[in-house]
Write a protein that binds this ligand. Structure first.
Ligand SMILES: Cc1ncc(COP(=O)(O)O)c(C=O)c1O
Length: 371
């Protein structure tokens, strides 16, 4: 949704439509300033930021990377592309985040990275995760696709791992349609990250006037996005407080108006621990059973309300099974992914829209059942 000066900035960006123009720098600088990150690189997507992270960490065949089974495919694919084996960890039943208590059991001498996904923008338990990673000399890469501006114990998500990936896909709080960013917290990664993102060349140094020509210096790919999109994104970043206020209002409206109904119908609402400030990315219900989820979605459809579910457990997908995934590996994921429903949640949702959704939900007769 257009929130401010998107068109004006895109118009200005027409003077330099390729990558790394003025708006890319403005977006990167603003994110560095707000989050307190040493270097931010805008990229074409969160998926590409994760791929860049895998390249920077030198992930190769034989390596293992621990990721939650309950996540988007890109969290796994970025590392699988480099030949790594994804090792799936189950989630906590409260926040639906990686269960840190399972990590020790899954770590091996081949583990090269742990990838916490801050589901729904609620922080994973970063203190124990970082402590375990340090003890096992393993990198932490945060998949922060959902969590921009969320905090864990007062610190921004995306600032804990040596690297973190953001998404600016249309479905995210702030967007430019398709886009992402790599947050680089370990300064040792900055120079190579710039090179890999720029097709394996030192073109970034050339643009800064540090070398008089650029050349092929390493392997790389093309993860630089157009400044047109950066113009769009910069307008969204400028409007970030307004966007976040709207999203907070949407989240709190659902919570307030569904709390009683949920309690009496054995439905669970999201859990946000007191030490986490969430990013207000989504609102979901955990229904008592798969059957009731299916009928709720159908019931809402008949009233014109689109509700969706995700994620199918990765360890039980066709690819996941090729890596040895089987039923029972991640029991919490298997149970909860069957019962989760996401409610409509976007920046243009009005109180009246939400009242309609809530009314439609309350007209649904969920049967209490034991779970
Ligand atoms: C947890 C997670 N990681 C990564 C991605 C990929 O983001 P992008 O579409 O920017 O590549 C998504 C997309 O929704 C996601 O939910």
């Amino acid at each position: 949704m257009i929130v401010g000066k998107e068109f004006e900035y895109m118009h200005q960006a027409l003077r330099h439509i390729s990558g790394d123009g003025p708006f890319t720098r403005k977006c990167e600088g603003l994110l560095e300033h707000i989050l307190g990150v040493g270097r931010v690189l805008l990229t074409t997507s969160c998926t590409h930021s994760l791929e860049l992270a895998a390249l920077l960490l030198g992930i190769q065949p034989g390596d293992e990377v621990i990721i939650p089974s309950f996540t988007f495919v890109s969290t796994a694919n970025a590392f699988v592309l480099r030949g790594a084996r994804p090792v799936f960890v189950d989630i906590r039943s409260d926040t639906l985040n990686m269960d840190e208590a399972q990590l020790e059991r899954l770590l091996t001498p081949h583990t090269k990275a742990i990838v916490p996904v801050h589901y729904a923008g609620v922080g994973c338990e970063m203190d124990p995760i970082l402590e375990i990673a340090r003890r096992h000399d393993t990198a932490v890469v945060e998949d922060n696709a959902h969590g921009l501006f969320g905090k864990y114990k007062g610190r921004y998500l995306g600032t804990f791992g040596c690297l973190a990936a953001q998404s600016f896909h249309e479905s995210k709080n702030l967007t430019c349609g398709e886009g992402g960013a790599l947050l680089i917290n370990d300064p040792d990664h900055v120079e190579r990250a710039e090179i890999i993102r720029e097709k394996g060349t030192n073109r970034s140094r050339f643009f800064r006037g540090e070398v008089d020509r650029y050349t092929w210096v390493d392997f790389g790919s093309s993860y630089v996005s157009s400044d047109l999109l950066a113009g769009f994104l910069y307008a969204q970043l400028e409007a970030r407080e307004r966007i976040q206020t709207v999203r907070r209002r949407i989240w709190e409206y659902y919570y307030l108006h569904l709390q009683e109904w949920a309690q009496s119908h054995n439905v669970r609402l999201p859990t946000v621990p007191t030490h986490c400030e969430q990013s207000y990315h989504m609102f979901y219900l955990l229904m008592p059973s798969l059957e009731e989820r299916t009928t709720l979605i159908k019931h809402l459809q008949t009233r014109g309300v689109d509700s969706v579910f995700h994620y199918m457990p990765l360890h039980l997908s066709r690819m996941g099974r090729l890596f040895g995934g089987k039923e029972g590996d991640c029991p919490v994921t298997e149970t909860l992914s069957d019962v989760l429903v996401r409610l409509p949640f976007h920046n243009g949702l009005s109180n009246a829209d939400q009242a309609f959704v809530v009314k439609a939900i309350k007209e649904f007769n969920a049967k209490p059942s034991s779970r």
